[in-house]
Design a protein around this ligand. Structure first.
Ligand code: MF3
Ligand code: CO
Ligand code: CO
Length: 270
């Protein structure tokens, strides 16, 4: 591939060209399609390990590659984070109980391009407080995406997310952030989900990155369990997360990981 036109900003952020949006769209759509299919596989009594096996098979059937299998020693095609798990939950034998909320996060590689997305699911009956947490987290991501256009800054994205979440008396996790991606999984910049308006690097057309806010019902502090991956809320409060992979266009955002079936925001009819 001809990289002669590719450019890197002073903040180390790569600028991709119009043709690269096509590659990202393909990868993003596969990841989103897999998450769409998981709606039927989340139910009371299901194990998170079985959900991960189905995802592994879908990635293989699509002729794609999982970005997470083998990434820093991680061995699964998804992260599945239940209830007070903030992110990087490891799929396993534990079975879902009535009222559990979970985030499923999938990253695939298609023709060298990375598609990274996550969303929330519920097993059984959703409680009112979980429903509110999920709604606020989803809306926070979308408010962040509304800030994506050339001339705005990454601080504008973080500020939009933080100010909304805190206005709802919930908290934004500081210990994990979004990231640049494209032909690599994690690249500059760190996309913070909090911050001051006008701070941070300025957005330019052709930047590709994720926004993936984690929101807690209680305090924002997290800790990592002994498995070295699982991040949980210190106060055991419930946590939710949504993630899209996005490209900056001439006047806004190209969301690569939109749900083909319109299932990104869960419908609570289970
Ligand atoms: N998909 C996660 C992200 O949003 C990263 C998972 S890395 C893993 O950046 F190794 F834990 F899978
Ligand atoms: Co990500
Ligand atoms: Co992810």
């Amino acid at each position: 591939m001809d990289k002669s036109k590719s450019r890197v900003t002073k903040d180390g952020i790569r600028i991709y060209d119009a043709a690269d949006h096509v590659g990202m769209h393909k990868a993003g759509q596969l990841a989103a399609e897999i998450l769409d299919a998981m709606v039927d596989h989340v139910f009371v009594g299901q194990s998170t390990g079985e959900i991960d096996r189905i995802i592994t098979q879908m990635v293989e059937d699509a002729g794609a590659t999982s970005a997470t299998i083998g990434y820093r020693g991680y061995q699964h095609a998804s992260c599945i984070s239940v209830n007070h798990v903030v992110c990087h939950g490891i799929p396993g034998d534990k079975r879902l109980k009535d009222g559990d909320i979970l985030n499923i996060d999938v990253t695939v590689i298609v023709d060298g391009w990375f598609g990274d997305t996550s969303r929330m699911y519920v097993a059984g009956k959703l409680s009112r407080k979980s429903e509110r947490l999920i709604q606020v987290t989803h809306d926070a991501l979308m408010l962040g995406i509304e800030q994506v256009k050339p001339g705005n800054t990454f601080g504008d994205i973080g500020h939009a997310i933080q100010s909304y979440v805190e206005s709802q008396r919930m908290s934004v996790v500081r210990d994990f952030c979004g990231h640049g991606l494209g032909q690599v999984f994690h690249a500059p910049p760190n996309v913070l989900h909090y911050g001051r308006e006008g701070s941070g690097p300025t957005l330019e057309e052709g930047m590709f990155f994720t926004i993936e806010p984690m929101v807690n019902l209680g305090r924002p502090e997290t800790k990592i369990l002994a498995d070295d991956w699982t991040a949980v809320t210190r106060d055991k409060s419930l946590s939710a997360q949504f993630e899209h992979s996005i490209g900056v266009t001439s006047d806004g955002a190209d969301i690569f990981t939109l749900s083909p079936k319109g299932l990104f925001h869960p419908t609570y009819t289970a």
